[in-house]
Ligand binder design. Structure first.
Ligand code: HEM
Length: 412
């Protein structure tokens, strides 16, 4: 068996990407209020990047336009010929490399069908039984006897990452280093973000070489051997995808589970209804992800001069699609700023984007959150917010979550 080098930690091992993220992406709270006010004052399409409109010092060498309505955000996702992913080459492309997010058709179409093959429903179901269930149960086992916990630090921030490490059969014990490097990759404008991308790139290149020689029953080996019409993925694309995956699989699902738990625990009547009737879980998950979309905004590049929502936008401009704004647009979601699992069904919320770049992992994410919620409901009787501790506050201007979720339950 070939040996893998150890994953290298940051040059400064005390570096904490979650603290650094506040400096880069801000600790904005009450996002709905800001979005409603901005739309009321300036309309559905506003000149300027979302971050600069929110008062952050945000790098920009191109004109930018921020979209704040359901219609404009959806229209942009469904028109990839006009609104391309070129912008990602100068953002996430700097840390992830040549990955799906930074590609457009026809390259994107070719590689995406290869990746999708690894995420077929039968694979997802198998991961659910063999990996997801084990991980969530093991984590809960560590604190269920105590009767109190911080569900962020002890559960949500850990489980989706642990799942992707096991899907990739990464060495046990290196989780804390992978966790920091994976998350730091979002901080593309910082030296540590670039350091994380570099170190994960070196590691995954060695991993791909090793798994090519010694395939295992893991996702990396599946990606290496996946073939469609005689075509396989080139090595640099696999390495980039692994870098993206270790981030996208963990960072979003962790935040999505955290905001769902916040919505439920802050609304005990809805939580009680779910406890009494687990058939409500799919709609509760959908509502949590709509209410506080874990990916608050994403970007596209205008490939030509174009009009969006009556506003002229020049070719080359960066278009910032604010998912939370689309998902609390009163024209589609009445009282959109309110968490309500019994909300009347209207249009599908823009949680995983629409169009050709719609999230590859959305079915896995839903399965992970379902298993996590069922395990918490089964094993933590009488789960509630801890009245003696601070209440959760969802914050952040890009990727959002509450830093703590202090709870009580009947110890078992
Ligand atoms: C609640 C959890 C998740 C949310 C809210 C989420 C959200 C999103 C969004 C909004 C996009 C589109 C971004 C854009 O087009 O600009 C996306 C793309 C993507 N997501 Fe997710 N995601 C989640 C979980 C996952 C998981 C679990 C995985 C993998 C296991 C994953 C892998 C990806 C990949 C590879 C892409 C790029 C697809 C492409 O460009 O063709 N995501 N996700």
């Amino acid at each position: 068996m070939a040996t893998l080098p150890r994953i290298e930690d940051f040059d400064d091992p005390s570096y904490d990407p979650f603290k650094a993220e506040e400096g880069v992406f801000g600790d904005l709270t009450n996002i709905h209020e800001h979005l409603v006010k901005l739309r009321a004052e300036k309309g559905d399409v506003v000149e300027g990047s979302f971050m600069s409109l929110m008062g952050f010092d945000w790098p920009s060498d191109k004109p930018a336009y921020t979209l704040l309505s359901y219609q404009t955000v959806s229209d942009v996702f469904f028109d990839p010929a006009t609104f391309t992913n070129e912008c990602f080459q100068q953002t996430l492309g700097l840390t992830f490399g040549r990955t799906l997010s930074a590609m457009d058709a026809p390259e994107h179409t070719r590689y995406r069908r290869l990746f999708q093959k690894a995420f077929l429903p039968q694979n997802i179901a198998r991961w659910g039984d063999e990996i997801v269930e084990q991980v969530v149960q093991e984590l809960i086992e560590k604190f269920r006897h105590r009767g109190t916990a911080d569900l962020i630090e002890e559960f949500t921030k850990r489980y989706p990452f642990e799942i992707i490490y096991r899907q990739l059969a990464l060495p046990e014990g290196d989780g804390p280093i992978f966790h920091k490097l994976a998350c730091a990759q979002n901080l593309v404008y910082t030296p540590e973000g670039l350091e994380a991308g570099r170190k994960l790139g070196t590691y995954f290149k060695a991993l791909v070489e090793e798994r090519r020689k010694h395939p295992q029953d893991d996702l990396a080996s599946t990606l290496i051997n996946t073939e469609v019409d005689g075509e396989q993925l080139p090595e640099d694309v696999i390495v980039s995808f692994l870098r993206q995956l270790i981030n996208a699989a963990g960072d979003t699902t962790f935040r999505g589970t955290s905001v769902l738990l916040t919505g439920l625990l802050e609304n005990p009547d809805q939580f009680e209804a779910l406890r009494d009737n687990r058939d409500l879980l799919p709609q509760a998950i959908e509502e949590g992800l709509r209410w506080e979309s874990p990916v608050n905004w994403t970007e596209r590049t205008a490939a030509r001069d174009v009009e969006i929502g009556g506003v002229s936008v020049p070719a080359g401009a960066t278009i910032v699609a604010v998912l939370t704004a689309a998902n609390c647009d009163e024209r589609v979601f009445r009282d959109g700023a309110i968490f309500d699992i019994f909300r009347e069904k209207t249009k599908p919320p823009v949680i995983f984007a629409f169009g050709p770049h719609m999230c590859v992992g959305q079915h896995l994410a839903r399965l992970e959150i379902t298993r996590a919620m069922n395990a918490l409901l089964d094993r933590l009787p009488n789960l509630r917010l801890d009245p003696d501790m601070p209440r959760p506050v969802i914050q952040g201007a890009m990727l959002r979550y509450p830093k703590h979720l202090y709870v009580k339950f009947d110890p078992a």
